[in-house]
Design a protein around this ligand. Structure first.
Ligand code: GLC
Length: 515
């Protein structure tokens, strides 16, 4: 293994949705103090880097993705001083910290937008995308917003008689990145955090920032989809090259991982540029919705290598995040943990940087949220349920009732219950993380797909003479394999340390040492 491999290629990231992670002050909403008190647990688990979903001041129309001040911390989460302390504590434990950057849009309460909407002649009018109605009064284009469902991406501002563009909620007006003042302002935000010692950014819907300002109508098959899915503009790449330069100008290997949702899917690879745009990119939502089917995963792995290979791009792997149903729910494996356990082996042995979403290591399903407690305009509450820390209710959330209900089985799924159980899914994640960290072939090695029986995904990871095969049986029946070697780790804990028998139970995965 090359010791010079950048940390973000070796690392396993852990996404924290701060509202749901741990509550330090008992108001029912997670905060920085709560998170800080749990850092040792994350060290015990064995992750390398934390990604914090937005912690900035926000009216919370989109739970923090509507930012009203990019250079401060929402009092709900704590203060700037507490964030500094958290980062210092994390760094002292060898954990890197990246923040969410939301460059495509601000909150409608951000002073920039307040000024912009004040009048047609305001100095910041052209920081956002304002256009006259069509002669019949309708919006400038037929673009649809990402949520709420079937709403327009334009809102008419009665006072000034123009529409403003918002790919998301009306409370999230899009910035106009063709305006150099906007670019300068956002780069200033990045400098602010980089100078405070942040290791990088997860960049929200970054494919959206460059816009076609001629506003062509979306046509079939995209005209009924959120515009954000099909939106592609060449100028985004110019902006990304500038952001990359800025980030790389800081010592300590700072990094950018961008959220890309694109159709056609292979376009996502373009956001790596020629090694001069994003360091890493998420291929969402395509990757997350890959079904539990070996043939589909095989195609995905092969495609990713084909798309990224020529650019020297390094893949990312994600099973769950704060926007989609958790994979244990999605993959319909609720009866037992078997499938979620096999998926964990896959996630943590593929070539690329894995991103875990807090709670997946507990095997959490989505919470069932009764209509009266639904709060998200995008319908994503289920995957944002609070993390159950303790076995006994209220599971470590003392004080006000948490902002969302717990996922099913909070006692059995709690950190406390699972930490003491060597057979738990939490223990499996921990063992996988330790194995990956100790094994250059798995962490950084080459990857080659292997032939396998139907229903089985098989690949080899190698580094010099060290060779491992990973076998994942997604099928409903037992499968056979003629791969020889010793079982290093199995998703159900069976057969470890022994010669591989050649038999693979349904919904199980094995790591087999070959050389
Ligand atoms: C991204 C975020 C999502 C948010 C949206 C708008 O997709 O992950 O939570 O609602 O961007 O900022």
């Amino acid at each position: 293994m090359n010791p010079d491999t950048p940390w973000w290629q070796r690392a396993v990231f852990y996404q924290i949705y701060p509202r749901s992670f741990a509550d330090g002050n008992g108001d029912g909403v997670g905060d920085l103090a709560g998170l800080r008190a749990r850092l040792d647990h994350l060290v015990w688990l064995g992750v390398d880097a934390l990604w914090l979903s937005p912690i900035y001041p926000s009216p919370m129309a989109d739970f923090g993705y509507d930012v009203s001040d990019y250079c401060d911390v929402h009092p709900l989460f704590g203060s700037l001083a507490e964030l500094d302390a958290l980062v210092a504590d994390a760094h002292a434990r060898g954990l890197r910290v990246i923040l969410d950057l939301v460059p495509n849009h601000t909150s409608d309460q951000h002073p920039w937008f307040v000024e912009s909407r004040a009048s047609r002649t305001s100095a910041k009018r052209d920081w956002y995308v304002w256009r006259d109605p069509k002669p019949d009064g309708s919006p400038p284009s037929n673009w649809i917003a990402a949520f709420p469902p079937n709403t327009r991406a334009w809102t008419l501002d009665a006072k000034t008689g123009q529409y403003y563009l918002h790919f998301f909620l009306p409370q999230q007006p899009d910035l106009d990145w063709s305006n150099p003042e906007v670019v300068e302002a956002m780069q200033g935000v990045m400098r602010f955090w980089l100078e405070r010692g942040i290791d990088g950014f997860r960049v929200d819907v970054v494919h959206c920032i460059g816009k076609d300002l001629t506003f062509p109508d979306d046509v079939e098959p995209f005209s009924r989809l959120p515009h954000v899915i099909s939106h592609y503009h060449e100028s985004t790449h110019r902006h990304l090259r500038a952001l990359r330069k800025l980030v790389d100008s800081y010592a300590g290997e700072r990094m950018l991982v961008g959220e890309i949702a694109q159709t056609p899917e292979e376009r996502f690879a373009r956001y790596y540029g020629q090694g001069d745009e994003l360091h890493l990119a998420f291929d969402l939502p395509h990757q997350i919705y890959t079904p539990w089917d070996a043939a589909k995963w095989r195609e995905r792995v092969a495609n990713l290598e084909a798309w990224l290979g020529p650019r020297g791009g390094w893949p990312t792997w994600v099973l769950s995040n704060h926007d989609t149903p958790r994979h244990r729910t999605r993959l319909r494996a609720s009866e037992t943990d078997a499938r979620a356990r096999a998926a964990a082996v896959l996630l943590l042995t593929l070539r690329g940087t894995p991103f875990l979403y807090a709670g997946e290591e507990l095997g959490l399903e989505d919470a069932v949220v009764p209509p009266a407690r639904v709060v998200d305009p995008g319908g994503r509450d289920g995957c944002r349920a609070p993390v159950p820390w303790e076995r006994a209710a209220p599971h470590g959330w003392r004080g006000a009732e948490p902002w969302l209900p717990f996922a099913p089985e909070p006692a059995a799924r709690s950190v406390e219950a699972q930490r003491g159980d060597a057979g738990s899914i939490l223990a499996l994640y921990r063992r996988l993380l330790a194995l990956r960290r100790a094994t250059p072939a798995l962490q950084r090695g080459a990857q080659r797909l292997l032939d396998a029986a139907e229903g089985v995904l098989a690949f080899e990871r190698s580094d010099g003479a060290e060779r491992y095969a990973v076998l994942v049986n997604t099928g409903a029946a037992e499968a056979q394999s003629d791969i020889a070697g010793r079982v290093t780790l199995s998703s159900d804990g069976r057969g470890e340390g022994a010669a591989f028998s050649g038999r693979l139970a349904p919904d199980t995965a094995l790591v087999v040492r070959r050389g």
